[in-house]
Design a protein around this ligand. Structure first.
Ligand code: C2O
Ligand code: CU
Ligand code: CU
Length: 472
């Protein structure tokens, strides 16, 4: 349902983003919005990778989805839906070494595990028709025959994914490879994943769930902690930013507009690093940056801000406190990973995203998702161009497109070549109202039924998804 306030919100997004290239500097505002506690009172929790059972040639994990009581806001307990009882777990995989996960569902709702960004065979992709019912279990096989990148795991049941993600079911999944390891980028404890999202809490710490209540989610969580602080050394860090929110855009800015280096997006390393002062991180997307804290003396505190807070909200996301010295053998090479050539497209398709005010449905090419309908039939290995048009000019709602199975290249936005920050491989692209973008992609290796959809989870739940049957 479109309410007046979310129309305004969505409309305002367009204006803010138009202003981005010039850069914005935000200051703290005194807000009226309900957000939990004062900022920077809880330390960041840095997740350690889950330990697999190592079998010959593969890593085996068991992920049990179940409720758990955790402390997110100081002094309160929050019941979440979790993997193995924790918020924001991390799996680290290696290119070419398969990961096998047994997913056991101990929730009282269905769950369908999807590895977002994974080049995954059909039966392990989390299609809603393969959902695991309460009490059930299923084996997922991830071959990891793909380049190093930061991926994440979330639910894909048709009517439960938004709530399951909101209630805590989001894991980060990193694929590493030899090429990336050979680069002198920051490693080990200096390579940190930051899962960002928003939430709405009751005073007693309980999560408030409302599919359409995104404007009330005023508490920003990083790895499950509200606006945490992170004590860092005066050296370079690689930060992997993952937006697991249902709907929130983070427009990230460090300190008073400090420069940092953008090195990777959804599909992994950019062709070359991009110095920047502002990043847009839309739901489902990943960006990786290198921040050099050696530029700031010990004692310096740098706030990571969201330059696009909701009405009455303060902009802080987290704070970096420079507390010690450290050696720094790392550097960012001037070339990272070239983008493959997909050749000339043989197929062109158009996808128009729109909202039906009467029914509250979000549509692709005029239709809501139908599990019994195949929308498109791509052929393996054939390069396609997709033109994505956001036709929601009346309401100004942003939409995104996320095809499963393979990454894509952005050809242009409104006919203009993409910015350097969008020159790498992507798997999710947001298109503002009245705008269009063209992407080029090629599905490889696996035949089967896969999805493509808007990654604003409320829109996806209200129908903004299609199915593709990929064949030889
Ligand atoms: Cu995050 Cu269908 O995906
Ligand atoms: Cu996905
Ligand atoms: Cu949408």
């Amino acid at each position: 349902m479109l309410t007046r306030r979310n129309v305004l919100r969505a409309g305002a997004t367009a204006g803010v983003l138009a202003a981005v290239p010039g850069g914005l500097v935000v200051g703290s505002r005194s807000g009226t919005a309900r957000a939990a506690g004062s900022p920077f009172t809880t330390p960041l929790k840095v997740p350690a990778p889950l330990r697999p059972v190592r079998l010959v040639g593969q890593d085996f994990y068991r992920l049990t989805t179940r409720e758990a009581d955790v402390t997110m806001l100081p002094g309160t307990t929050t019941r979440i839906r979790s993997f193995n009882g924790t918020m924001s777990p991390l799996i680290v995989a290696r290119r070419g070494r398969p990961v096998v996960i047994e997913q056991i569902n101990r929730l009282d709702v269905p769950f369908s595990m999807h590895l977002h960004g994974g080049h995954t065979p059909e039966g392990s992709d989390g299609h809603p028709r393969n959902q695991v019912d309460p009490g059930g279990r299923r084996i997922f096989r991830y071959p990891n025959a793909q380049d190093a990148a930061t991926l994440w795991i979330h639910d894909h049941t048709h009517h439960g994914h938004a709530e399951n993600a909101y209630r805590g079911l989001a894991a980060t999944y990193i694929v590493t490879d030899e090429f990336e390891e050979s680069l002198p980028l920051p490693k080990g404890q200096y390579d940190v994943t930051l899962q960002m999202r928003d939430a709405d809490f009751e005073e007693n710490g309980a999560l408030v769930w409302d599919l359409h209540g995104f404007e009330d989610r005023h508490t920003i969580l990083v790895n499950g902690r509200p606006r945490p602080f992170f004590e860092v050394a005066a050296r370079k860090y690689r930060l992997r930013l993952v937006n697991t929110s249902n709907e929130r855009l983070f427009l990230l800015q460090l300190g008073e507009g400090e420069e940092f280096t953008h090195i990777a997006t959804d599909g992994g390393l950019l062709p070359a690093p991009v110095p920047t002062r502002m990043l847009q991180l839309w739901p489902g997307e990943r960006h990786e940056i290198v921040v050099d804290f050696a530029r700031y003396g010990i004692g310096r505190k740098l706030v990571l801000n969201n330059a696009y807070p909701y009405e009455g909200e303060s902009p802080e996301v987290m704070r970096f406190d420079v507390v010690r010295d450290a050696d720094d053998p790392s550097s960012v090479p001037s070339q990272l990973r070239p983008v493959p050539d997909f050749g000339t497209s043989e197929i062109e398709r158009e996808f128009t995203m729109s909202f039906n005010r009467q029914t509250g449905e979000h549509l692709i090419n005029g239709k809501p998702f139908d599990i019994d309908r195949v929308d498109i039939r791509p052929k393996l290995g054939v390069t396609e161009t997709w033109k994505i048009t956001n036709a929601d000019t009346q309401f100004g709602i942003p939409h995104s497109m996320h095809p499963h199975l393979d990454t894509f290249k952005i050809l242009d936005r409104n006919g203009k070549p993409p910015a350097a920050a969008e020159a790498g491989l992507k798997d999710t692209i947001t298109v503002m109202a009245g705008e269009s973008a063209r992407i080029q992609l090629r599905f490889t290796d696996y035949e089967g039924l896969y999805m493509y959809h808007c990654h604003l989870m409320g829109h996806l739940q209200m129908g903004m998804m299609g199915q593709m049957k990929i064949t030889r």
